[in-house]
Design a protein around this ligand. Structure first.
Ligand code: TNX
Length: 778
């Protein structure tokens, strides 16, 4: 009691001191940015004889954690003590209204004080203290010649959202206990508080369940096809041994749960159902509709038809038993039951499922899935817990009390919030950290997509469609790391960092405090910490974007170079040579009047950072000319508008890079008006072959010319060669050479194959043509 009184008197004095102090923020660089920072004058120095004292047993473990955080790099042996005088104090302060996880941090020349209403708040506070110390504090080895100072400051801070999560898929690739702990450390460093552990999927069951040992004896192992791309792997053949995978024993899981708890992080385990469970069915085929047999999937599988049987009561018993063991280990309020991407083809054919539909008076298989989830929800809530599931759990009616994780976009989340269900936002557009974060030509192969750091930073979890009342149901958001294409810890770190750093600020800091250029400046301090921690992170912010637009009036390209780095020093060349620290410095947009190969890179500390970006611009007779669309392109893939096909820039292998126009099921049929009669001898149209995205080369390309734009003469046809259905994306130019011709209009028709061919996953569905550029040359 006495201690608390002294604390509050001291507090008043300190607040007064800071209010009159000046506001210089140079050396304060904290992510996520705190709610309020008032800078003082001078610094506190952490000395070898420092003692961390605390006033309440609840703070003891945080005090020890802090000592453990400070001792390795300083080489000190800082100890903790209850009640005594120390230069660093952690106090649980009662009698004040604290928001959840709120803390205040006061640094004077003599003391560091962290006050909070709970140890959650204290723990978040010590993460701020960590970032106020020199970056070298992250080193695991004693670092000499660093003065361990902390700037005098008063910080008051609390999170915007209650759920600030990171997900990790350990099924598609298994990650060991050490890495899971490292991942949790990163979550803690970013003041995030939920670790969503995706423990079950088709490609591996990862948690020991005592009642069903085969789940891990069989379900945790698959045949090693790691030498093949994810979607090109054959299923396990008879006689082949399943040797690739792994699982966590219950002892290991308990250890990880305790490790997370020490860091004030809740682990939400995910036990998928009714789909994404081939690994479970390989072990216990009796819980499927067909009875199997099944093998653990070695790679991609689509559609997911081998799912749990919803007509079989023993399936529910099995799942209840599994969840009972899971709930015994994980104390979380929420248990994630998956619910995504179930193809219900087997349910349609299964007599038991059909009998269930009749007996329960259900309309269809979608309602059967809703029945499935509601039944499991009842069980979970009878144990005092709640379920959360992917937004598909809304289909056919959501279970009472269920929370929704909105991944297919914001819509599921909006619908759930409007109907009074809690929502965690994780839309693919901003929160899929398995997506590319930079130019796919220089990034490691990923599942697709394109979510840059700036895009993550622009994420607003509360959609405008919600009233303030409804918005309260959005309890937070998280990013997902699916690991189909990620098999090593260092690659996983690379994918989440620094995007997780951006997300942490989105989820913790007040919306009005978000400021991209200030964030990118503070990020440099985080990079230094990541380096010292030995974690791998993407240097994507060093990548240069080369944006070119063609100006008809001057017949020139205007080239703009930018990077996500704060005040980057960009150097470039236009002749295809490699940029160096002494290449031309980019100052402002510049003009290019002839075909060029632009290469640009950011320079820091006198050397090139990351991989230089490259863009070729080609000026031909058709560049910048008028394009008449005889058939419209899809509104989903319009490239950058009508100029796309004549803007002098080819498309990359990323279909949404703004250079591709898509034609869904129909032909590409355009006429280029060269403006006046022009002499030429070559016409080229560029296409994409990417069968994995349902994009095929045209069957044939027909070239015609005209002098008046009405009557055309066909001058040639090119038939394309058939390509394998599993080929990697490929850019293909289809050209027609002729003797020199004079004409004003050039018409190009690319015949669509119409529907996806037999043997293709989209068989019978509309096939796409993608075109990036049409070039008419002398
Ligand atoms: C969709 S997100 C999935 C995952 C994949 C992911 C790849 C969700 C609920 N299902 O099974 O791994 O896309 O990005």
């Amino acid at each position: 009691m006495k201690t608390k009184k002294i604390v509050s008197t001291a507090l008043i004095a300190i607040v007064a001191l800071f209010t009159i102090s000046c506001n210089k923020k140079e050396n304060i660089s904290i992510i996520p940015i705190p709610v309020s920072i008032v800078e003082g004058k001078g610094t506190f120095e952490l000395r070898p004889d420092a003692i961390i004292n605390y006033n309440d047993d609840e703070a003891a473990s945080t005090a020890s954690f802090l000592a453990g955080m400070l001792n390795p790099a300083t080489g000190y042996e800082i100890t903790t003590a209850k009640g005594t005088e120390g230069s660093v104090s952690l106090n649980i302060v009662t009698g004040k209204e604290w928001k959840p996880e709120e803390y205040e941090l006061i640094v004077t020349k003599k003391h560091v004080t962290i006050n909070a209403g709970t140890s959650d708040g204290l723990f978040r506070g010590i993460q701020t203290l960590r970032q106020l110390l020199p970056a070298e504090i992250e080193s695991k080895e004693k670092t000499k010649s660093v003065k361990w100072t902390v700037p005098c400051v008063k910080i008051n801070d609390y999170p915007r959202f209650a759920w600030r999560g990171m997900h990790l898929d350990v099924s598609r690739h298994f990650f060991d206990v050490d890495f899971v702990k490292r991942y949790i450390d990163l979550i803690a460093m970013h003041k995030m508080n939920v670790f969503h552990w995706h423990l079950v999927d088709d490609q591996g069951w990862r948690i020991e369940i005592k009642k069903y040992p085969k789940l891990t004896e069989t379900g945790a192992w698959r045949v090693d096809r790691e030498d093949k791309q994810w979607n090109e792997r054959e299923a396990q053949k008879p006689g082949e041994k399943a040797t690739y995978g792994g699982f966590y024993t219950q002892e290991q899981v308990k250890e990880i749960v305790a490790y997370a708890a020490e860091r004030h992080i809740t682990i939400v385990p995910e036990i998928e159902m009714p789909a994404h469970v081939t690994s479970a069915l390989a072990a216990y085929p009796q819980y499927s509709c067909t009875g199997g047999p099944f093998t653990v999937t070695t790679g991609g599988v689509w559609p997911i038809t081998d799912i749990y049987c919803a007509g079989n009561d023993s399936t529910f018993k099995f799942l209840e038993n599994v969840l009972t063991e899971v709930m015994d280990i994980f104390p979380s309020e929420y248990i994630h039951i998956g619910g995504d991407e179930a193809a219900r083809a087997e349910w349609k054919k299964c007599p038991k499922c059909q009998a269930r539909i009749r007996k329960e008076g259900l309309k269809d298989e979608a309602e059967l899935q809703s029945y499935f989830i509601k039944r499991m929800e009842k069980f979970v809530s009878s144990k005092g817990r709640k379920i959360i599931g992917w937004d598909e759990i809304l289909d056919g009616g959501i279970a009472p009390g269920a929370a929704v994780m909105s991944w297919r976009g914001f819509e599921g989340g909006i619908a759930a919030a409007k109907s009074g269900h809690k929502v965690v936002m994780a839309p693919v557009s901003h929160c899929y950290f398995d997506y590319y974060q930079g130019d796919p030509t220089t990034e490691p192969l990923s599942i697709g997509g394109y979510t840059t750091l700036a895009k993550v930073y622009s994420f607003e979890p509360v959609p405008q469609e919600l009233t303030p009342e409804e918005a309260r149901y959005v309890i937070g958001a998280q990013a997902n790391l699916w690991t189909e294409y990620i098999s090593t810890p260092s690659h996983a770190e690379y994918m989440v960092l620094p995007r997780m750093t951006a997300l942490s600020e989105v989820l913790w800091s007040p919306a009005e405090k978000r400021n991209w250029s200030d964030f990118s400046k503070r990020l440099i301090n985080m990079y230094r910490r990541f380096d010292l921690m030995g974690v791998n992170y993407s240097h994507g912010t060093y990548n240069v974007s080369i944006d070119c637009s063609f100006d008809n009036k001057t017949n020139a390209f205007i080239v703009t170079l930018s990077s996500e780095q704060f005040k980057p020093d960009i150097r470039y060349t236009t002749d295809g040579s490699e940029p160096t620290a002494t290449s031309k410095k980019y100052v402002k947009p510049f003009k290019i009047t002839s075909t060029s190969n632009i290469k640009a890179a950011v320079i820091a500390d006198g050397r090139i950072m990351g991989t230089p970006s490259v863009k070729e611009v080609k000026i031909t007779l058709s560049t910048g000319k008028k394009v008449v669309y005889n058939q419209q392109c899809s509104t989903r893939y319009k490239g950058c508008g009508d100029v796309t096909l004549v803007n002098g820039i080819s498309g990359s292998k990323r279909i949404s890079d703004g250079q591709w126009q898509g034609f869904e099921g129909n032909d590409m049929d355009v006429t280029i008006d060269l403006g006046k009669e022009t002499s030429f001898s070559k016409i080229t149209a560029g296409f994409l072959a990417a069968p994995g995205s349902w994009i095929f080369l045209p069957e044939s390309v027909i070239f015609s010319v005209s002098g008046d734009g009405t009557s055309f003469t066909q001058i040639g046809t090119r038939v394309t060669e058939k390509r394998p259905l599993d080929q990697a994306p490929e850019h293909v130019d289809v050209s027609f050479d002729t003797v020199s011709l004079n004409a004003r209009y050039v018409k190009i028709v690319a015949r669509n194959i119409g529907t996806c061919p037999t043997g293709h996953e989209g068989e019978g569905g509309k096939a796409w043509i993608f075109t990036d550029e049409i070039m008419v040359e002398q």
